[in-house]
Design a protein around this ligand. Structure first.
Ligand SMILES: [Zn+2]
Length: 394
């Protein structure tokens, strides 16, 4: 700007700075950040996830930065540890497609990511963001695709959000196996919703196994359970008094859990309840995805046999994915948590037919393969595993 013009404007508007300023914004669904220091000249930003009181672990962060110059390298210093600190940050120039940064480096209390910014407005997040609008888009697009799916509202959340869900209930003799698949009982675990999306897209695809599965099974899918904390940008895990995955009792406090329980009970009453899958992301050091299963008290011989068979099918399919799958099923029993009976799969095991398989799938989030595309592929492969398991039923 010519200096004369600048002078006139400064005289008119006082101390307004006419240069573009770098600005951080988290005022959008799922946004979460506290900026400790922003130095535009040094191109450094120090930040941490926002702590929402009583709303669970402060481990999720997601924000956008305006006024950047594409190609410049910024140092983003994240203050935090453990679950809050992915080796690689996720970066996006449109808030929709995400790429990993190079691995960050530890520097004192900070984990520092060096990132060449791709656009004037760039999004940075713990992982690829997936919020209520994404869940809505997924179920609506799938319903519109005319592949037999119907979008429905599972319930209204405590804070008044409609919780999107999707179902296939093909007509039949009521002996069609029923499946319930849900993600995001823990709001920070965004990767699990992308796995869910990959599964839904596979189910809606032309793959012969997918077509057969959706025409012969009753399938319910909920991409986000704890929508309130997802929209808030809170972690959700261990929220007060307890989180969604400690709420599966006879008196659930969360409408999503109550509605899921009602629907699972109906599916079980009407026919064969075959499979319950709860999609999560595990700890930062879990390099390979794995299943959590119920303790022996909840595994009758038939269920044990089916669980083993399902796991074997998953090892043959998911085991070949770059993320892989652990040979070991971990157990969430009395030694895992005092409220273990109120963990979803344990409740489902107690309340559905003896044949049902009920598992939590923990998909690794802290590896180079834990990208948006990696999660989608993992979800699609999970679909193949489910189809081959049901095909193999004796
Ligand atoms: Zn979880």
């Amino acid at each position: 700007m010519p200096s004369a013009t600048r002078l006139v404007l400064v005289l008119l508007f006082g101390s307004i700075d006419l240069d573009a300023k770098v600005k951080v914004d988290s005022d959008f669904p799922g946004g979460s950040v506290v900026v400790d220091e922003l130095d535009e000249k040094a191109r450094t930003l120090r930040f941490r996830p926002k702590n929402y009181k009583n709303k669970g672990w402060a481990c999720w962060w997601s924000f956008k930065v305006y006024g950047l110059k594409p190609g410049e390298v910024w140092k983003l210093g994240l203050q935090g540890s453990g679950f809050a600190v992915p080796k690689r940050a996720s970066v996006s120039s449109d808030g929709k497609t995400w790429k990993h940064s190079a691995p960050g480096k530890r520097s004192g209390k900070l984990h520092v990511y060096e990132i060449e910014v791709p656009a004037e407005t760039t999004w940075f997040a713990w992982g690829p963001a997936f919020v209520l609008a994404d869940a809505k888009r997924l179920v609506e697009n799938t319903a519109k695709a005319k592949v037999g799916a119907k979008a429905y509202v599972l319930c209204k959340s405590q804070e008044g959000h409609e919780v999107p869900a999707l179902r296939w209930e093909p007509k039949g003799n009521n002996n069609q196996p029923a499946l319930w698949i849900q993600a995001r009982q823990h709001a920070w675990e965004a990767g699990s919703s992308w796995v869910c999306q990959g599964l839904v897209e596979w189910l809606a695809s032309n793959d012969q196994a997918a077509v057969k599965l959706r025409q012969t099974a009753r399938i319910h899918i909920v991409p986000i359970m704890d929508v309130d904390n997802v929209e808030r940008g809170a972690g959700g895990k261990n929220q007060i008094p307890h989180d969604h995955n400690r709420d599966w009792s006879d008196q659930p406090r969360y409408p999503e859990v109550a509605a899921a329980q009602d629907c699972i009970k109906r599916l079980n009453k009407e026919g064969t309840f075959a499979l319950f899958l709860d999609l999560h992301n595990p700890g930062p050091g879990d390099g390979k995805p794995f299943f959590f299963g119920s303790p022996d008290s909840h595994l009758n011989p038939k269920r044990k046999e089916n669980q083993k068979r399902f796991h074997e099918h998953c090892l043959k399919t998911l085991g070949k994915h770059p993320l892989g799958l652990s040979e070991k099923v971990r157990v969430t029993g009395a030694g895992y948590h005092p409220l273990w009976r109120r963990i979803s799969k344990n409740w489902v095991a107690e309340n559905t037919t003896a044949h049902s398989v009920n598992l939590t799938l923990e998909t690794t989030w802290n590896s180079p393969h834990s990208t948006l595309q990696g999660y989608l592929n993992y979800g699609a492969t999970l679909g193949q595993s489910i189809a081959s398991y049901l095909e193999s039923a004796p």
